[in-house]
Design a protein around this ligand. Structure first.
Ligand code: 5GP
Length: 181
């Protein structure tokens, strides 16, 4: 039997304090001539997104983009599937993509390609976490919450096999293959 162990990596208080700062940084990007289009990349960024946008005192359009890149494992396949497209035309609009984590960069690079082809006025990225150790492609990140070590994190929207998304903190996950009986 394998036990899943989750150690606190970043507390909920640490995350929220950093989101306060990120919200200020988002506001400093404005003002914009039309509401800023803020893209929530589902599912992992739903919690970060909702905590971020409620602290941004600017006119915003909140839109959702569904992307699936992981199966039930902790290894990136590199394959990205669009599961839900935007319901708004972003041509000539200022756009901020809100992501949970940039790991190899493959997902973000793919997404930015799709969004750039729709001719936004500007396209920026805000990620809660950045794991540079596993970078495969270079992606320009405008706002980064935390640069983290090469650990598999769960919580605050991030899952392992569709569990742990509801944890109110970010945990580092490890597996104990020989739990004491
Ligand atoms: P990338 O394409 O940059 O390798 O990975 C991006 C996606 O992989 C993220 O949006 C996230 O869904 C998933 N991912 C990467 N690293 C982690 C991690 O440490 N924990 C979890 N739960 N998901 C991760």
């Amino acid at each position: 039997m394998t036990n899943e162990i989750v150690d606190t990596y970043l507390s909920g208080e640490q995350v929220l304090a950093r989101i306060d700062e990120l919200a200020q940084a988002v506001m400093a990007l404005g003002p914009f001539d039309k509401p800023l289009v803020v893209v929530c990349v589902l599912k992992g960024s739903f919690m970060f997104f909702s905590d971020l946008v409620r602290r941004v005192d600017l006119p915003l359009n909140c839109v959702f983009l569904g992307v699936s890149s992981y199966g039930g494992t902790t290894e990136s396949s590199g394959a990205v599937r669009l599961t839900h497209d935007l319901t708004l035309d972003i041509a000539n609009r200022d756009v901020l993509v809100v992501e949970d984590i940039v790991d190899t960069g493959l997902t973000m690079s793919y997404l930015l390609g799709i969004l750039q082809a729709r001719n936004p006025k500007s396209l920026r990225v805000c990620t809660m976490l950045h794991k540079p150790a596993r970078k495969k492609v270079e992606v320009a990140l405008d706002l980064v919450g935390f640069v983290i070590d090469d650990v598999f994190v769960v919580g605050y929207g991030l899952d392992y096999d569709e569990r742990y998304r509801n944890l109110p903190f970010i945990g580092a996950m490890r597996f104990d293959d020989h739990p004491a009986s």
